[in-house]
Design a protein. Structure first.
Length: 318
């Protein structure tokens, strides 16, 4: 495993007149994790988590008779299970680098690792959704093979997705509105749509903190909150003319769940030089790392029930 040294990180040394503050890395704007239903998994309860949901009761148009006790209604439930996994990573820091660098190497390494941990969680959620949500191909295309660069995101696609969810009796997301997560390219196409007449700027419905904005939220359209994410998935495989086609999830209530072990998603670890004993006999190596104790993202759809979300598959003009 590679160890960072004064050679590999020479930009941290005063001979290079490196800036005292490391350049901020461009970090993804994470949205997916906060959108899931977070459920803790207590210690010593195993690795399997279960979500319990009740089926929607249908209407009952039979009038009751005077003095006659009607037949009781039977509630039915469905369960969805998932198994948690652990994730983690770390970096090694040589003692010479640590004492000669003019920036706090360990602190900055920890900051970058923390961003990696957040991105890991976000990607796990994203992949679970894009791997399970039904497709809505832009511009009424029938398949991915028919979807090209001219089949871009428009206000019509957002409206169509929310109508699909409403028609399937899917309630708005727990935030109070449906939620769509779009890439910057899809956001650009949407803003270029001349028919975006019902767009509501973010500040107009979050004033007074009545509705707390999600990270990356840019506005609302047809009762659907629009979030921008640089972590949305896309593909050029199997598309029309090898065009890049993005996946944009639109979520309703109870679409997916996440799990936190003991309410701790991530812990960080800093091991000083010499703490490894005989594995570091000259006290040369310290480490900084993180561990995701237990996490899983699970799409909460059961056989015979309606999907609680949809993903818009669209090309882009950018």
């Amino acid at each position: 495993m590679a160890t960072e040294t004064t050679t590999t990180l020479s930009n941290n040394l005063p001979t290079e007149y490196y800036d005292r503050k490391l350049l901020d890395n461009l970090k993804h704007k994470l949205q997916y994790v906060p959108l899931g239903i977070s459920k803790p998994l207590p210690r010593n309860n195993g690795k399997l988590i279960q979500w319990l949901r009740y089926d929607i009761l249908s209407s009952d148009t039979t009038a009751i008779s005077e003095g006659v006790v009607p037949t009781e209604e039977a509630l039915t439930t469905r369960t969805t299970t998932a198994t948690i996994s652990q994730y983690g990573n770390f970096v090694k820091i040589a003692d010479l680098l640590d004492i000669t660098a003019i920036d706090p190497v360990a602190e900055n390494a920890l900051e970058e690792l923390s961003a990696q941990a957040a991105l890991t969680l976000d990607t796990l959620c994203r992949d679970e959704l894009t791997g399970n949500l039904p497709n809505q191909f832009a511009n009424n295309k029938a398949s991915l093979a028919d979807t090209g660069s001219s089949d871009v995101m428009t206000s019509k696609e957002i409206l169509k997705a929310t109508i699909t969810l409403r028609a399937d009796r899917v309630m708005p997301h727990e935030s109070g509105n449906y939620v769509a997560v779009l890439s910057p390219e899809s956001i650009g196409d949407l803003m270029n749509d001349e028919n975006v007449g019902s767009w509501v700027d973010l500040v107009k419905y979050t004033q007074g903190n009545v509705n707390k904005a999600f990270n990356g939220e840019v506005g609302m359209l047809f009762g659907c909150r629009i979030l921008e994410s640089q972590n949305n998935s896309s593909t050029t495989s199997g598309t029309l003319g090898s065009a890049e086609v993005f996946s944009s999830p639109v979520l309703g209530r109870g679409c997916f769940g996440t799990v936190r072990l003991d309410n701790r998603n991530v812990s960080t670890y800093v091991k000083s030089a010499g703490s490894a004993g005989t594995a570091d006999p000259l006290n040369q190596i310290s480490t900084v790392g993180y561990k995701i104790h237990g996490f899983v993202a699970k799409y909460l759809k059961d056989a015979g029930t309606n999907d609680r979300g949809v993903q818009i598959r669209s090309g882009t003009s950018y």
